[in-house]
Design a protein around this ligand. Structure first.
Ligand code: URA
Length: 316
């Protein structure tokens, strides 16, 4: 959202990097926030860019927000700085050093990553609670059995817990390798690689092709583009929509996020068969790939800078 549009005072403060929405709400109610020298204690008081907003007498301003979609090539670290990497993702975009990557991709993973200075949206997208879907295409070594596909779909036991239901499709089986598309709603460290490894299918190449409503269409590795306003809104809605589903789930009995209708399931199983997935399972390896990759917690930062302030999202 551009600062030119009127917005709630609490949103203005959060966007200015004063803190989380909750802490900004408290500041306003405490009576330490002024708009044009008048104390305002109503968090939803509307302000626009030409209002003078101050916290304890100190003026705060909202920066122009940027949202850039990057198709990360192999070998580039998805952090802001990395002494071991040849290149970091923020250097692929002019002015990128003022932006933060939303989540992480391993150095050897290619694909979509968002850079932004909107800490509020970044936190929402990265927070495991919001479960924004991320679609990857993996080239794996070996024959992909229907059992392996089923296990990946239902959830696999990793050392940091069972994975949530995923949408998994076998795209192509060749003599030695296969292409598998997987959509997950979590973002644990090296999650996709570990999931495949746990069913005996080591990942040789991995690429993130979709992130929530965004796809890599027309964006070559190394390319980037600014997101349009409607794309940013779609991202916001994606977070909110899934958050709603999760809230419902946690109130009652758990409903898998990726639960499938029986008809869709039948169709998908037929697709597995057409794609050549053998019925017999490939021998699963009990050893998940525990080797740490590049994907650590995101840059944890204080809300003041507007950078993300949760450390929930590992790889994705
Ligand atoms: N899962 C992985 O294993 N690696 C990534 O880079 C992203 C998701």
């Amino acid at each position: 959202m551009s600062p030119a549009q009127p917005m709630n005072l609490v949103v203005f403060l959060a966007r200015a990097g004063v803190g989380s929405r909750r802490s900004c709400d408290e500041l306003i109610r405490e009576g330490v926030v002024t708009v044009n020298d008048e104390v305002v204690t109503f968090p939803r008081h509307k302000v626009s860019h030409d209002d003078v907003v101050a916290v304890r007498g100190e003026r705060v301003t909202v920066r122009e927000l940027r949202y850039v979609l990057v198709n990360k090539p192999r070998g580039v670290a998805s952090t802001r700085s990395d002494p071991h990497a040849d290149k970091v993702i923020v250097d692929l975009v002019p002015g990128g050093r003022a932006l933060f990557p939303v989540g992480r991709l391993d150095v050897d993973t290619t694909g979509l990553i968002i850079l932004t200075n909107d800490g509020v949206l970044a936190n929402r997208l990265m927070h495991p609670r919001y479960g924004v879907p991320k679609t990857y295409v993996a080239r794996v070594r070996g024959k992909v059995s229907r059992r392996a596909l089923g296990t990946l779909r239902q959830g696999v036991d990793l050392e940091d817990g069972r994975t949530a239901p995923a949408d998994v499709r076998l795209r192509k089986q060749s003599a030695k390798t296969a292409l598998v598309e997987i959509t997950i709603h979590e973002g644990r460290k090296r999650q996709v690689r570990r999931m495949f490894q746990s069913v005996g299918l080591p990942v040789e190449e991995l690429s993130r092709r979709r992130y929530g409503p965004l796809s890599d269409k027309g964006l070559e590795p190394g390319g980037y583009r600014e997101l349009a306003g409607d794309e940013v809104e779609a991202l916001r809605r994606a977070g909110e929509q899934v958050a709603g589903e999760v809230a419902k789930e946690t109130e009652g009995s758990p409903v898998p996020l990726a639960a499938e209708a029986p008809e869709a399931r039948r169709e998908r199983l037929a697709e597995d068969e057409r794609a050549g997935a053998p019925e017999m399972p490939a021998a699963p390896s009990a050893e998940p790939d525990a080797a740490a990759g590049e994907s650590g917690a995101p840059d944890a930062g204080a809300g003041r800078s507007g950078e993300p302030d949760t450390a929930g999202d590992g790889s994705a």
